[in-house]
Write a protein that binds this ligand. Structure first.
Ligand SMILES: NC(=O)c1ccc[n+]([C@@H]2O[C@H](COP(=O)([O-])OP(=O)(O)OC[C@H]3O[C@@H](n4cnc5c(N)ncnc54)[C@H](OP(=O)(O)O)[C@@H]3O)[C@@H](O)[C@H]2O)c1
Length: 329
């Protein structure tokens, strides 16, 4: 493998900008090309972030032999199609969350990644946050005793946004659940696994999207209370408690810079500032995997993505959240 890893970016929206900024911070990364459906947009983006080439279609970028790994930053409903295109063009893939809009789509991607023998990972960036990694070690080593309670929320007001944009548009997998609810659900999965039972309460908005959802997950010895919404703010807080102690993640918890640890009555603060918002860590994980010829991350595997989407499917089933054109199965 060459000194630098050659990245391509597909879909030049809001998150692609943050990603490109973070790529610039890594000496081992080169932004080799970017692609938009609009060539002028691609040229502007390329000059802003120092990409060597700009393409006016995703296909052209995928035909570029210089590109090794592609970051897919299109709306949820295109992740399957664009990831398959990338894998079948011989590119490694880092695809934004959710990896597909349901577990069936993720299974299709798992199969394609296995057949093409290429690396693939969902860009579930919170998994690589230094505090979350450390907290997981503490919980696994039994410092909190038996985990019994987890709570996490993620909400911001967005109902005044463009109804055709991806947050409010059902055709683009809109609603809070797949956009931000995925994070509290991820946290419950990371610490407690796949729940036995799921209960939900939901409000739907004028465009038909789910605008607010409360979730209760039951585990053999634990309960998780989770919330996401687009109709108000929430504290962006999370905690996990066991028989011996508790951890309170500093808000916003999904990119936290530390946490409070309480064992019995004793409290201490742990500070682990996340560099430049934390997108860097998922990129480093991709580099680590490519350099070690791994086809999946040990920290966030395709099986993890499949399990996560499986839980989200059950949440949707419990609350009647459906997307247009999504066939059953
Ligand atoms: N990790 C995070 O913190 C984070 C944060 C925000 C979003 N995300 C994820 O990233 C993905 C993109 O989110 P975003 O906020 O960047 O969205 P966005 O600003 O709407 O950008 C999405 C881009 O996808 C491309 N696209 C292709 N087909 C499209 C279509 N039919 N309609 C609209 N756009 C289309 C467009 O790029 P071109 O016009 O250049 O082709 C568009 O700019 C989502 O899946 C979301 O879950 C992750």
């Amino acid at each position: 493998m060459a000194d630098k890893i050659n990245w391509g970016i597909i879909g030049l929206g809001r998150i692609a900008r943050k990603f490109a900024e973070n790529l610039q911070l890594l000496p081992s990364a080169r932004l080799a090309a970017v692609a938009s459906r609009d060539i002028d947009k691609a040229i502007g983006f390329a000059s802003e972030y120092g990409a060597a080439k700009a393409y006016g279609s995703y296909k052209e970028l995928l035909e570029d032999k210089a590109i090794e790994v592609v970051y897919i930053a299109t709306p949820h409903t295109f992740h399957l199609e664009h990831s398959l295109m990338a894998l079948h063009s011989g590119k490694h893939v880092l695809c934004e969350k959710p990896l597909g809009i349901n577990a069936r789509q993720v299974a299709e991607l798992q199969k394609a990644a296995s057949q093409t023998r290429l690396f693939m990972m969902e860009a579930l960036w919170s998994r690589f946050n230094p505090s979350i990694r450390e907290i997981l070690q503490r919980v696994k080593s039994g410092q909190l005793g038996k985990p019994a309670y987890l709570r996490a929320d993620f909400a911001f007001p967005a109902l005044d946004r463009d109804p055709s944009g991806r947050l409010l548009n059902p055709e683009l997998g809109g609603g809070s659940l797949l956009d931000i609810g995925i994070y509290p659900v991820f946290l419950a999965y990371l610490f407690l696994g796949v729940p036995d039972e799921i209960k939900t309460v939901t409000h739907f908005g004028p465009t038909g999207i789910e605008q607010q959802i409360g979730m209760v997950f039951k585990y053999p010895q634990a309960v998780a209370l989770l919330y996401s919404g687009l109709s108000s703010r929430s504290g962006l807080s999370a905690e996990i408690s066991g028989t011996l102690g508790s951890i309170y993640l500093h808000p916003p918890w999904y990119k936290t810079d530390g946490y409070e640890l309480q064992i019995g009555e004793e409290r201490s603060q742990v500070s682990l500032p996340a560099q430049d918002n934390g997108f860097l860590y998922e990129i480093e994980e991709v580099h680590h995997c490519l350099q070690n010829r791994q086809r999946e991350s040990n920290l966030w595997s395709l099986e993890d993505s499949h399990n996560l989407l499986g839980i989200l499917d059950r949440v949707r089933e419990a609350s009647g959240i459906a997307f247009p054109g999504e066939s059953a199965g």
